[in-house]
Design a protein around this ligand. Structure first.
Ligand code: NDP
Ligand code: 2IT
Length: 450
């Protein structure tokens, strides 16, 4: 291994002890960019890698609110402002009980590279809280969001840091957050947050963008590898949230047969094809559980999750789209998928495959669309939302969708070109990391030691 990379890897492990998700994300990037670092011995003197993996700033704060029983509850809020190298910090907010500093840092780190791949001027950041929105009343959600923004507003702005949604933060939460920002700052600053409702400055296609973008990337990857397409392919999609739902919609539009979706309790398997209208009703309207699907489709099967190997990956499929959360697809699951004839994996979630699962897929010649590239459509459309807020002019659905499609085609081409340049075959993980790292390294060299 390159000595400089080896030293940085050792130091990052010592300095971030126990932050396993963060270390996993950093290690993947550092190991795949080795051929570029070898070509640039000057990086060591300017501590380029050390600066790239150290967040510019981490803000943690207290988020108190009163629940419906009149009891005060305290949560911890985070905003990791990782890199402003090529634009204002940009990235989502996650509300989930598992949120901790390691998860925030891994997501912020990934976001820098993802955002660079979009070709748009956005830096990288991430935030959130260990608050669990499940089973909370409307009032509790609103009070929590207002309390969260009461602190966060000091640190954000349309040219400073622009949050958006992620797990547990959708249009409803973004509305409450934006309302509180506006109230405290006494200004309509549309571009301070993205994923807004259409009635007050949101962009068409933002809701659909991550899922649609994932399928646009998959379409390109299949086309360039044996001229394949989604038509007639069997697809399984983990999760039943924002990313999963719109990936399902576009995959169906392209003629794929989506046979399974899931939530954290289990998965539904419907060999006749998932009834997406029903999934939307259960998840978007009722905020219910996926097993409710069986009330309308008696022939479908529900399989409960009992351990870390999600049952959805036991189902035979051509294409697997993990769209729920990090490390949700294990080595055991990868082996099962490959045994069942898998062709491709598209990472809708951030870092959904464990390190071992990823290695297994690559060594078995499975096409893998890496998260940083394949799910970049969401943040790219957020940047398009920011542009529209600045222009005070809104584009129609088709215009934004065309822009998203072009961006995803360009991202695939960047991954492919970088992989070709370094003789890495169809290893698009390395391609994505090299393409974005090269751009970021140039920007870093140009801006001096900061
Ligand atoms: P949502 O909150 O809309 O949906 C999340 C889905 O994943 C739910 O079905 C949820 O099930 C499931 N899930 C969450 N955590 C776990 C867990 N620990 N184990 C099993 N299942 C889980 O989130 P999104 O769809 O927005 O996000 C999904 C993934 O996509 C995340 O990794 C996110 O970072 C990534 N992403 C999102 C983007 C966006 O624009 N929203 C953009 C790019 C990436 P349950 O309801 O049971 O918790
Ligand atoms: O992981 C992600 O890219 C997101 N959650 C979307 C971020 C954004 O700013 O739209």
């Amino acid at each position: 291994m390159n000595k400089y990379i080896e030293k940085v890897l050792n130091d990052v492990k010592t300095n971030n002890y126990g932050e396993n998700e963060y270390l996993q994300a950093v290690e993947e990037v550092l190991l795949t960019i080795e051929p570029v670092v070898k070509k640039h011995p000057e990086y060591e003197k300017i501590a380029l890698l050390e600066r790239m993996i150290e967040p510019e700033r981490i803000i943690t704060f207290r988020v108190p609110y009163i629940n419906d029983n009149g009891k005060a509850i305290v949560h911890r809020g985070y905003r990791v402002q990782f890199s402003s190298l090529i634009g204002p910090y940009k990235g989502g907010l996650r509300f989930h009980p598992s949120v901790n500093q390691s998860i925030m840092k891994f997501l912020g780190f990934e976001q820098i590279f993802k955002n660079a791949l979009t070709g748009l001027p956005i830096g990288g950041g991430k935030g959130g809280s260990d608050f669990d929105p499940k089973d909370k009343s409307e009032g509790e959600i609103m009070r929590f969001c207002q309390s969260f923004m009461t602190e966060l507003q000091r640190h954000i702005g349309k040219d400073i840091d622009v949050p958006a949604g992620d797990i547990g933060v959708g249009e409803r939460e973004i509305g409450y957050l934006f309302g509180q920002y506006k109230r405290i700052k006494d200004v309509y600053e549309g571009g301070v947050i993205t994923g807004k409702g259409l009635s007050y400055g949101g962009s068409l296609v933002r809701k659909e963008a991550t899922g649609f973008g994932l399928i646009y990337f998959m379409r390109e990857m299949l086309k360039y590898n044996g001229n394949q397409s989604l038509k007639g392919k069997t697809v399984t999609i983990s999760g039943a949230g924002n990313v999963a739902i719109y990936a399902c919609q576009k995959a169906k539009e392209y003629g794929a047969n989506v046979v399974a979706m899931s939530d954290s309790n289990g998965c539904v398997y419907d060999p006749e094809g998932i009834d997406l209208a029903l999934i939307k009703q259960i998840k978007e309207q009722k905020r219910g559980r996926i097993y409710e699907y069986l009330e309308m489709h008696h022939k479908a099967e529900y399989i409960e999750s009992i351990n870390e190997d999600s049952p959805i990956w036991e189902i035979k499929t051509d294409i697997a789209l993990p769209c729920a959360t990090q490390n949700e697809l294990t080595l055991n699951s990868a082996k099962k998928l490959v045994e069942n004839g898998l062709i491709a994996v598209g990472e809708g979630a951030n870092m959904p495959c464990t390190k071992e699962a990823t290695e297994y897929f690559l060594s078995n010649n499975i096409l893998l669309a890496p998260a940083k590239a394949a799910n970049a459509g969401g943040v790219a459309t957020s940047a398009i939302e920011m542009s529209q807020n600045s222009m005070r002019y809104y584009m129609n659905f088709e215009e934004v969708d065309n822009m998203l499609n072009n961006i995803m085609v360009n991202i695939f081409n960047s991954c492919k070109t970088a992989a070709d340049e370094y003789n890495l075959g169809n290893n698009y993980i390395a391609g994505a990391n090299i393409a974005s790292f090269t751009k970021l390294a140039k920007a870093m060299e140009a801006q001096g030691i900061v």
